[in-house]
Design a protein around this ligand. Sequence first.
Ligand code: ZN
Length: 347
Amino acid sequence: MHAIVLREFGPPENLKWEEVPTPQPGAGEVLVRVGAVSIDLFQMVFRSGRGMPHVKLPRIMGNGIAGTIAELGSNADGVKTGERVVINNNLSCGNCRYCRAGRETLCLYLNNHTAMIGAHLDGGYAEYVCVPARNCVPLPAEVTFEQACLIPNTIGPVVKACSGRAGIHAGENVLIIGAGGGMGLHAIQAARACGGRVIAAIRSNKTAAAAREAGADVVFSTQEHDTVQFVKGVTDGLGADVVLDFVAQRDTLPPSINALAPGGRLVIMGYFPKGGVLETPTWVFIEEITVTGNRSAGRQDIADTVALIRQGRIKPVISRVFPLKEAVAAHRAFEVGEIVGRAVLVC
Ligand SMILES: [Zn+2]
């Protein structure tokens, strides 16, 4: 088969189109004919060597995968050949205390950093990929592979953040920091699907139209307005019930927490530097503030997201589609900021 192989961490040009052996599914695994695979920030971080420099190369990257089951390994239960699926990329153990409690993204096995398809194991930048049968989530005919490949890394995590971590109720004010980015544009839709009123904070007005199109009720630029003042101004002085911070840096986190209403929840969705300090203008205990984080999506989050897309309540934002062979061009386009929403590779 053909695949894009990374032999050395570095720039996009290190992604090489090669002929490699087609993998064979082992026990409990299936061979998937890749339909589409997503391009997102994790791919840039991994390829450059900034994310997981300890991972052994060569590696076939790609961990937002949708395709068709082509072949079953022994004991591959609950799936069938020809079935359209989207792949959960985390190999959680299913048996630890977190998996038992339905919080598989906190799986103790994952914490050993040995278990992500497309990073520690070969992924979807290829014509075929082998994955565990239990990582396959069925895909109805109404959801395309291009749409579905955005679910594992982009749309699934924001659906989990909105309905799970933040628990957005109908009518609540939801401030989204980084609303113009690939995660943010889908978070706008996910928060609306929960019944939230979305206040979208963007840095540059370049993404204002996309944020409005995604359904934001209010859009403002953080270069033109003070975030806390602006949010209080459009929430009767109360602040936001929920803040989703996708930037999560020293310049966004203080306004994120200070823009919360009493009883508010802040969900951190970025790699906030360790050792950072969050200062609040009041006592967290008096206002019963919640500060939490949101890791990747679990299998049920992926299935829930498939349903939301099928129902038309979330529309995946895809601005560019590249053939797999042109992975270098796709990575370059992402890195120079040419992509609104997401780009995908198709086989
Ligand atoms: Zn586990």
